[in-house]
Write a protein that binds this ligand. Structure first.
Ligand code: ZN
Length: 163
């Protein structure tokens, strides 16, 4: 397995791992696959040009530019960290997945996040109690995943290049 790459995403140090994802090999292919569903968010922009920070520090200035659905042909694991020598993984299920794509404003590197709504396994519904009236309400434990599932590298000095 490829060594994790640490990237700075929205100011947070984030581990990005080469997962066994089913994402298309190239970003244009992913956009084509998502296009059939239509995009729920679209804000394309022009790149400013690769900064030294992109190449040497791997610090990118990410900006959301597309959001939409993608059909995942089969479940795959994503490594989210390590406990000692044990890899911690999360499984992205088969089926329709909601993706949020963020692109570096400078080099065009793209990070792919799974932001599908889901009910975490084993999560208990939240019980909300109004301490004044004593009224109780129960809210289902539904949230959005926020999982980095893919990565496309940006431009190098010799031109645009995706991995
Ligand atoms: Zn960059």
């Amino acid at each position: 397995m490829t060594e994790p790459i640490v990237q700075s995403i929205e100011g947070r140090r984030t581990i990005v791992i080469d997962s066994q994802s089913n994402l298309p090999r190239s970003m244009p292919d992913l956009l084509r696959a998502m296009d059939g569903f239509g995009f729920t968010f679209r804000d394309d922009f022009d790149l400013k040009g690769t900064r030294p920070a992109c190449e040497s520090l791997r610090v990118h200035r990410f900006r959301r530019f597309r959001e939409g659905r993608w059909w995942n042909p089969s479940a795959f694991p994503v490594v989210i960290g390590k406990d000692g020598d044990t890899l911690r993984t999360v499984t992205v299920p088969h089926g329709v997945t909601l993706l949020s794509l963020q692109m570096c404003e400078d080099c065009g590197a793209v990070v792919v996040r799974d932001v599908s709504p889901h009910a975490p396994l084993g999560a208990k519904p939240a019980r909300l109690i109004n301490t004044v009236t004593g009224e109780t309400r129960v809210a289902p434990a539904v949230g959005n995943r926020d999982l980095v599932i893919g990565w496309y590298s940006g431009a190098r000095r010799n031109g645009r290049e995706y991995r």
